[in-house]
Design a binder for this molecule. Structure first.
Ligand SMILES: Cc1cc2nc3c(=O)[nH]c(=O)nc-3n(C[C@H](O)[C@H](O)[C@H](O)COP(=O)(O)OP(=O)(O)OC[C@H]3O[C@@H](n4cnc5c(N)ncnc54)[C@H](O)[C@@H]3O)c2cc1C
Length: 391
C-alpha cells in the first residue's frame, strides 16, 4: 500500500534523490526531508577535488531552494533526528534547540557515514574532509603556503594530497597499510598511483601507522617525525547506525536490509553509505560508499513506495576517483583478496571465485563503459571479451 507520508532522515546524495524520485514516480503524499547540516543538499565528491581549488559552493548544490517548494518537499535543514519511536511511527527531532515530534508512514534512513578517528594521541587537532563546512575550513588553510600531513592513503586523502601539491604545498601521506587504497584497488593500481604521487612531489610513508599528532606534525610508529603545519585525517568512515540501533533495527556493518532495501521493520528502508544490503553476487551483505549506490538505492526504494515495484536491487557498482589529472574508474566490486590480472596497459581485471568481479581503468572512459556492460551481462566472460575492452 502506498504510504501517505514519507520521511527521510539525511539530506545527502541518497536522501535527496529519494525525495526527487518519489515525485518522479508519481508519489502524491507528503515528503519530509530532514538534514542536520545547514543549507541546501549538495554533492560531496567535488569537496576533495575541484571545490578545494575554485571554492564555488553554488556549483555543489543539487537543486535551488525553489525546487523544494515546487515539488512540495518539506526540507528541514539544520535539524537532527534524535530518536525513532517505531511503535508510534514518530520521530523526535531537534531544531534550534527545540524538540519536536514528527509522524511518518514510511521512513527512509539515509544517514550516511562519519569520519573514523583512529585512536592516535592528539588526533583531536587534525582536520576532517567530509562536509562542505570541513572543506571551507581547509580552503582557508590552503590560502597560505603550508606543510601538510595527510593520515590515510585512501581515495579522499589522495585526492586532497593531489590538489594540495598542485597548489604548491609540501605534502606527506601517511598510510598504515603497505600500499595505497588497499581496501579498494589492485596492487597494480596502488603501485601506479604511488608512482604518480611521488612524481608530483608528495612524500609517501607506507606501512607506518601514525601514533601521535603534535603541533609540529605527526610521529610514526617507527619514530619518524613528519613535520606539518596542519594534519588532515582521512582514515575511513563509520556508518551512522546509532539511531537505527537504538530503535532496535538489525545492524550488520550498516543498517541491515533485504534485497529490496527494506530494514527489519517493513515501515523503514535504508539506503546509501549507511545501508548493508545483500550483494547481488551472493557474497553476503555489503556496504558501498559511492554516489552511484546511494542514488540507485534511492530510485529503487522510491519505485517500491510509489508504484509497489518489488524488484530486488541488482545495479552494478561503479566508482571514480580524480587524483591530479588522472581519472581512476572502477566497474564492479572486488574485495581486497581478489586476484588481479593486467588486461592491457592501464586496465586491470579483478577476479573472485565467481569469476570477473571488477575492472579498473585509468583515463579510459571508453574501456570503463565497456567493462560496465561486460560485468553486468549474465553471460560468462571469455578472454576475447576481456581483450575487447581495450580494443
Ligand atoms: C570528500 C569526499 C569525496 C568523495 N568522492 C567520491 C567520488 O569521487 N565518487 C563517489 O562515488 N563517491 C564519492 N564520495 C562518497 C559519496 O559522497 C557518498 O557515497 C554519498 O554521499 C553517500 O550518500 P548518502 O546519502 O548515503 O550519505 P551522505 O551524502 O553522507 O548524507 C548523509 C546525511 O545524513 C545526515 N545525517 C546523519 N544523521 C542524521 C540525523 N540523525 N539527523 C539528520 N541528518 C542526519 C548527515 O549529516 C549527512 O548530511 C566522496 C565523499 C567525500 C566526503
Amino acid at each position: 500500500m502506498t504510504p501517505g507520508t514519507v520521511t527521510i532522515i539525511g539530506a545527502g546524495q541518497g536522501g535527496f534523490q529519494a525525495a526527487i524520485s518519489l515525485r518522479q514516480n508519481g508519489f502524491e503524499g507528503a515528503i519530509t526531508l530532514i538534514g542536520d547540516e545547514p543549507g541546501l543538499p549538495y554533492q560531496r565528491p567535488p569537496l576533495s577535488k575541484v571545490y578545494l581549488q575554485d571554492g564555488k559552493a553554488e556549483a555543489l548544490y543539487l537543486r535551488p531552494e525553489s525546487f523544494f517548494e515546487a515539488k512540495r518537499i518539506d526540507y528541514l535543514p539544520g535539524t537532527r533526528v534524535e530518536a525513532i519511536d517505531r511503535a508510534a511511527q514518530r520521530l523526535t527531532v531537534l531544531r534550534d534547540g527545540a524538540e519536536k515530534s514528527l509522524p511518518y508512514d514510511h521512513l527512509i534512513l539515509a544517514t550516511g557515514t562519519r569520519n573514523l578517528r583512529p585512536p592516535i594521541e592528539g588526533i583531536a587537532h587534525a582536520c576532517d574532509l567530509r562536509t562542505l563546512t570541513d572543506a571551507q575550513r581547509l580552503r582557508e588553510k590552503l590560502d597560505q603556503p603550508a606543510r601538510i600531513a595527510v593520515i590515510g592513503g585512501g581515495f579522499i586523502g589522495l585526492e586532497f594530497a593531489a590538489v594540495a601539491r598542485k597548489l604548491g604545498h609540501e605534502v606527506a601521506v601517511i598510510e598504515a597499510a603497505p600500499r595505497l587504497m588497499a581496501r579498494a584497488v589492485s596492487q597494480r593500481m596502488s603501485d601506479h598511483f604511488a608512482d604518480l604521487h611521488r612524481g608530483w612531489g608528495t612524500a609517501l610513508h607506507l606501512g607506518q601507522p601514525a601514533v601521535a599528532v603534535e603541533p609540529a606534525g605527526v610521529t610514526l610508529a617507527d619514530g619518524t617525525g613528519v613535520t606539518a603545519d596542519f594534519v588532515l585525517v582521512a582514515a575511513g568512515v563509520r556508518p551512522n547506525v546509532e539511531l537505527a540501533e537504538a530503535a532496535g533495527l538489525a545492524i550488520d556493518n550498516g543498517v541491515k536490509t533485504d534485497a529490496r532495501l527494506q530494514t527489519s521493520d517493513p515501515a523503514i528502508s535504508a539506503l546509501g553509505d549507511c545501508a548493508s544490503f545483500p550483494d547481488p553476487r551472493g557474497r553476503g551483505h555489503i556496504r558501498l560508499e559511492s554516489v552511484q549506490a546511494a542514488t540507485d538505492h534511492a530510485r529503487l526504494i522510491a519505485k517500491r513506495l510509489a508504484k509497489g515495484d518489488t524488484d530486488p536491487y541488482g545495479a552494478l557498482p561503479w566508482f571514480w576517483s580524480d587524483q591530479g589529472a588522472c581519472k581512476l574508474q572502477i566497474a564492479g566490486y572486488a574485495t581486497p583478496d581478489a586476484a588481479e590480472e593486467e588486461i592491457a596497459a592501464g586496465i586491470v581485471g579483478r577476479f573472485d571465485e565467481r569469476g570477473l568481479a571488477a575492472i579498473e581503468t585509468i583515463d579510459n572512459a571508453r574501456a570503463h563503459m565497456r567493462a560496465r556492460k561486460l560485468i553486468a551481462s549474465p553471460e560468462p566472460v571469455t578472454r576475447a571479451d576481456l581483450e575487447e575492452i581495450a580494443a
